[in-house]
Design a protein around this ligand. Structure first.
Ligand code: AP5
Ligand code: MG
Ligand code: ZN
Length: 209
């Protein structure tokens, strides 16, 4: 199964991805996570990507496409994959088609802008293992400490309110047109992402089973 998770910043793509990849035994590929790992390790790719990410802008298409193409050729993708945060522009979606990278289903998680700001600014991420929490909706048992690994839990670099606001604007301009793109292909489902995360999960499973 080859699935694309579409949705604005803070919609819950990463949150929902965990359960989806487990249920369908596919790999989770988050371009954002890959970029953050590269930034952390100071690789050439990370250095290029950081400038864009810090402003809440998109990393140039060519960089992203090369990265995903390479990743999807790895052996663990044979059973299927869940793309989280890719494609994000019509150019990326068209490039996927040209490269023969299949998409069986697109899950579009819909959340209103007002809610997204609070989701992102309240998000806390473990520096060590990447587990995601929320100050209000999914707090850690001990403040600032990861439940999973005991690592330090911090605000993501691009989760300052001004950056989040720009990321949402970029989503509307660059990524939202993909809803129409996949609508025409007839393989998209829309999920209300404003409900409780567990309810959203059930609805996604029902759409994918
Ligand atoms: P990326 O990492 O993909 O960020 P994003 O798309 O902005 O999405 P987020 O990760 O912020 O949100 P999410 O939907 O995963 O929400 P989450 O589950 O964490 O990209 C970052 C940057 O990398 C981009 O800005 C760009 O620069 C670059 N990039 C990446 N891919 C690219 C591409 N293809 N092309 C070009 N550039 C690219 O949830 C958010 C919070 O809400 C959490 O705290 C969570 O606990 C909480 N929450 C989740 N669900 C619920 C719920 N139902 N109710 C209440 N709270 C909830
Ligand atoms: Mg995410
Ligand atoms: Zn952790």
């Amino acid at each position: 199964m080859k699935v694309v998770l579409l949705g604005p910043p803070g919609a819950g793509k990463g949150t929902q991805a965990t359960g989806i990849v487990e249920r369908y035994n596919i790999v989770h590929i988050s371009t954002g996570d890959i970029f953050r790992k590269n930034v952390k390790e100071g690789t050439p790719l990370g250095k290029q990507a950081k400038a864009y990410m810090d402003k809440g802008e998109l990393v140039p298409d060519e960089l992203v496409i090369a990265l995903v193409q390479d990743r999807l050729q790895q052996d663990d993708c044979k059973n299927g994959y869940l793309l989280d945060g890719f494609p994000r522009t019509t150019f990326q979606a068209e490039a996927m088609e040209k490269l023969g990278l299949a998409v069986d289903k697109v899950v579009d998680i819909q959340v209103a802008d007002e809610i997204l700001i609070g989701r992102a600014t309240g998000r806390r991420v473990c520096k060590k293992c990447g587990s995601t929490y929320h100050a209000t909706f999914r707090p850690t048992k001990v403040e600032g400490v990861c439940d999973e690994c005991g690592g330090e839990v911090v605000l993501r670099a691009d989760d300052e309110e001004a950056t989040v606001t720009n990321r949402i604007a970029v989503y509307h301009k660059e990524t939202a047109p993909l809803v129409d793109f996949y609508e025409k292909k007839g393989n998209i489902v829309h999920i209300n992402g404003e409900e409780d995360a567990a309810v959203v999960q059930e609805k996604i499973f029902a759409a994918l089973d």
